[in-house]
Design a protein around this ligand. Sequence first.
Ligand code: FAD
Length: 116
Amino acid sequence: NYEAECPPDKEILGRATWTFLHTMAAYYPDKPSPMEQSTMKSLLSSFSQFYPCGHCAEHLRQEMKVDPPKVESRKDLSWWMCGMHNKVNEMLGKDVFDCNKIDERWRDGPADGRCD
Ligand code: FAD
């Protein structure tokens, strides 16, 4: 029943967007071509222009000026994204995420196999 659903608030939108961004980074090529690297840079730049939470997008653009996206490999992009998310976590008083666990969280799942 779609009529009962509300538009996303900042939290729902944020959770969905981080899911997309971390998963995209987790499946980015290990050795991206120059074209893939430049496409990823434009994607993130466009994203930071149109993310539909104005002050979140503004903050992201500031952070991206200081620490531009690292698109040279899957690992670089995944760690860069983790760092960006941690800056937001810190700003919001949330726990900092251990970036060593990024593949377990967003690609491989835990060793006990419960997500297989
Ligand atoms: P989320 O922060 O949404 O995280 C979802 C899941 O990601 C977590 O459960 C955890 O498993 C995993 N995770 C957590 N940290 C990391 C990490 N560092 N690396 C990898 N995985 C991780 N909200 C505001 O109020 N103000 C803002 O300025 C703001 N800016 C934002 C900017 C962007 C680009 C995005 C995408 C969101 C922003 N948000 C902002 C929303 C905010 O980050 C959260 O998404 C929202 O508060 C919901 O938080 P949550 O506790 O459900 O978990």
